[in-house]
Each structure stands twice: as C-alpha cells, then as structure tokens.
Design a protein around this ligand. Structure first.
Ligand code: 6PG
Length: 471
C-alpha cells in the first residue's frame, strides 16, 4: 500500500492525542503510534477520532511505512532519556532527509546535542516547544520550533495551520537553529512560574490583609481580566476562586494542600540566567517559593516557633485592591523583562538571532502566559529590536513609573504584615537595581581585594589595582 500519512505522531498521552486531532482537523492525515497498543485502539475508536484522517499503527516500522517521504514524525514522549530511546528505535527505520520533531519540554542542551548527532546522519531534527496544555494542543497551541529553517519541510505548514491564531496571525514561529525553540519554551515556562507566583501572592494579600471572601476575590480577578492584566492565568484564577469543593462545600482552593509541584523547567530557566551572566530574580523567586512551599512539615513546625508582626487592622480594602492591580502589572513587566534579557544573553552565546517581536507575537495566543500586554511587548521590540531591556521601552518605562508608588506600598504592606511576597519584592528590587547608576558593588570589590587580592578597577584611572589594606 502507498504511504498515506502527511505526518506521524508518537505518544498518545493527552497532549499527543489532542495534537493528532488538531492536525487531522486541519486536513492533514496523521499516522499515530503509542507504546501500548490498547491506547492506540482506544484513541482511534473514540468519538473524537472517529471519522477523522487518523491512521493507527501498531509498531514503529508500520508507522514509518505509513508516512509519505520525506517522512516527518512528531515525538510527544516524556522529556529526557525516553526521547533518546525513541530516536534510537527510529533510526534504523528512517532515512536521510526525514524529519524528527521533539514536541516535549526537552532541555535545550539535549536538543543541541541531538540535532548535531542526527544532522551527521542526514536526519533533520526539530526541537519544538509546544505550549498551551491539553486545550491548546487541541484547539491551537503556541509553537516554538528550533532547527535549520530549511529542514522544516512540510512540518512548517502543519505547524502554521494547527497553531493558535490571533488577529489572523499564527502563533507559530521558527525561532532559530538547534536548541533555540526549546530554549525559548523554557524561558516561557520561567515566566509562567513568575506569573503564577505573582498571582498567588496577590491572592494571599487579598485573602489575608484585605480579608476578602472567595467570591469577592473571584470578582476582582475577573475585573482585572478586563483591563491591562487580561491574561489566561488571571482568567483561570477567577474561575478557580469561584469553585467550591463538592464534598465539603468549601472553596476548592482551600481544600488543596499548599505544596506546589514542579517538573524543573522553571529551575532550568534560572540556571540559564546564571550560565549566561544574566539575571532573573523574579523567576528564581518563583521557583524557590515552590520549593519552600513543598517543605510543608517544616513550615508547620516553624509556624509555632518563629514569630512575626501582629497583622494590622483597618486596612482600606479598595486602596489595597487598586494598588495591587498596578503592583501586579509592574512586577509582571519585570518578569518578562528578565525572561527576554536571558534570551538575549543566551542568543549571543549560541549564535541565535532571536526575533523578540515575533516571540512576543506567538505568545499572544495558545500558550499558558498568553496575555493582552504581549502586544505592547511586540510593539516595543518592533520599535527597537536591539532594546537592551524591556523596561527601557517608553511604554513600559512610563508604566513602571506610574505603578511605582502603589508597587512600593504593596511590598511594604507585605513586609509589615510578615506576609512573604518574594516575587513582588524581587521584581521591585530588580527595577530599583537596574535603574541605579551606582550600586554598593565598590565595597564588594574592596572586600574581595582585602581578603584575596582580587584587584579592582578605579573610577578615575584605567587598569587594575590592588591595595595593601593592612597599612
Ligand atoms: C505549557 C506548560 C507546560 C507544563 C509546564 C508545567 O506551556 O503548556 O508550561 O509545558 O504545564 O511545564 O510545569 P510544572 O509542572 O513544572 O509546573
């Protein structure tokens, strides 16, 4: 039989299934394969898959045979070793010119290694970040592809078609060579962590100092979602706060244990900032806040031993709410500024030419951090593609200055109340640090020179200097 499928897909967990349905809906024949045949059977027999151009296959050779040449295969398997194993199993079956897409959350260094190894064998490897969760995969994710631009072949058209659309523009982009797509997806996730932590801190302030009910909080998030904060994460937070636990009747969020999980991509983003000499303090604060949250038992003990301030009374709720909206927006700008700055630093090291306006553009839809204000980020990088930091764009500089008084009040409120606001306060410190023409780093240099003769530079002469501090 002649090969029929335009593309193959391996891995029928929820993301893989939804992606296959999305590809089929866009008129492309997709051959699917899963390690367990039952899952493949159950999927192709499901009402969603029935009648769609989805071809089940039950071993890898059958899958490969079903795809038109040059073959394109998307792997939706768990990041890490499973990807290498999958590639090893496919290699004897595919041939030079074929395209392998890794659609998982791979570590970008792994993608660089795999791309290079496969290129030697004539296989085109496309490491692709796909964001949007289950719903995005089904109805339109944001797609960040990496690899040689001319290696994408027909995969580019398929990605273009299945991605989310905003104002008729597809949320798909070819980001750059080798690991660039997965790198940018990783920074997306870092920003996602920061966004989520900022929202969680806002919830803590509304619930604690502002003492609002869950329905009041839901309404506040819903109203914020109509303004500049309009975003997927604010929208789902309103939904979450409005939901009650069917078993106890309590707000659902209050029966959920306060111990946050993480699969590691946020931490990778922070490591990248360190590796490339950039800074991402708000992303780091978000990762660390999750880690601290996971120390539940220790925290419960410490709560009985370590004191804090007495919570103040008589706070003006309206003021807190209004100030919080501005503080959240300003902190969010800082988290994005950090994420884009890390991308710049990495791009310089890896020789990627990242189009930041395009990255902002494809994040406007489909992905978890989709937000209205990304259009302003796009505009900022369109105005100046070489902008050293997003905060320097006139739109954002004005926003940050306008938000400043409220932002400082919110951070102060947290300090006074003993309520931890690591993301809000790290964002503010980032802003204050970045706008400081002078920092106390001169003293650090003096200390380094004092104890280790590490030398220092002077403000008034060229060269490196050492002082004999004992004299
Ligand atoms: C996305 C998400 C997705 C995943 C996160 C969750 O863009 O669709 O980022 O990739 O939900 O990786 O990560 P944690 O489990 O670490 O929160």
């Amino acid at each position: 039989m002649e090969p029929q499928a335009d593309i193959g897909l391996i891995g029928l967990a929820v993301m893989g299934q939804n992606l296959a349905l999305n590809i089929a809906d866009n008129g492309h024949r997709v051959a699917v394969f899963n390690r367990s045949a039952e899952r493949t059977r159950a999927f192709v027999d499901s009402p969603e898959a029935k009648g769609r151009p989805i071809i089940p296959t039950y071993d890898l050779a059958e899958l490969v045979k079903a795809i038109k040449k040059p073959r394109a295969i998307i792997m939706m398997v768990k990041a890490g070793d499973p990807v290498d194993q999958q590639i090893d199993q496919l290699l004897p079956l595919i041939e030079p010119g074929d395209i392998l897409v890794d659609g998982g959350n791979a570590l970008y260094q792994d993608t660089i290694r795999r791309e290079s190894a496969l290129r030697q064998q004539g296989i085109r490897f496309i490491g692709t970040g796909i964001s949007g969760g289950e719903e995005g995969a089904r109805n339109g994710p944001s797609i960040m592809a990496g690899g040689e631009a001319d290696a994408l072949g027909r995969v580019a058209q398929i990605f273009e078609a299945i991605a989310a659309k905003v104002d008729d523009e597809s949320c798909y982009a070819h980001i750059g060579s080798d690991g660039a797509g997965h790198f940018v997806k990783m920074m997306h996730n870092g920003i996602e962590y920061a966004d989520m932590q900022l929202i969680a801190e806002a919830y803590a302030l509304l619930k604690g100092p502002a003492a609002l009910s869950h329905l009041e909080m839901r309404d506040i998030f819903a109203s914020w979602n109509k303004g500049e904060l309009d975003s997927y994460l604010i929208e789902i937070t309103a939904d979450i706060l409005g939901k009650n636990d069917p078993e106890t009747g309590r707000p659902m969020v209050e029966v959920i244990l306060d111990r946050a999980g993480q699969k590691g991509t946020g931490g990778w983003a922070v490591r990248a900032a360190l590796d490339y000499g950039s800074t991402a303090p708000t992303i780091a604060a978000a990762v660390e806040a999750r880690t601290l949250s996971s120390m539940k038992t220790e925290r419960v003990t410490a709560a009985t031993r370590l004191g804090g301030p007495d919570p103040s009374q008589g706070l003006d709720h309206r003021t807190v709410i209004d100030q919080l909206e501005l503080a959240l927006l300003a902190s969010k700008v800082c988290a994005y500024a950090q994420g884009f700055a890390v991308m710049d630093a990495a791009a310089a090291e890896h020789g990627w030419t990242l189009n930041k306006a395009e990255i902002a553009s494809i994040w406007r839809g489909g992905c978890i951090i989709r937000a209205r204000f990304l259009r302003h980020i796009r505009a900022a990088y369109q105005r100046d593609p070489k902008l050293p930091n997003l905060m320097l764009d006139p739109y954002f500089a004005e926003l940050l200055e306008r938000a400043q008084p409220a932002w400082r009040n919110i951070v102060t409120l947290g300090l006074q109340q003993g309520l931890p606001l690591p993301a809000f306060s790290s964002a503010l410190a980032y802003y204050d640090g970045y706008r400081s023409a002078t920092l106390p780093a001169n003293l650090i240099q003096a200390q380094r020179d004092y104890f280790g003769a590490h030398t220092y530079e002077r403000i008034d002469q060229e060269g490196t200097f050492h002082t004999d501090w004992s004299e």
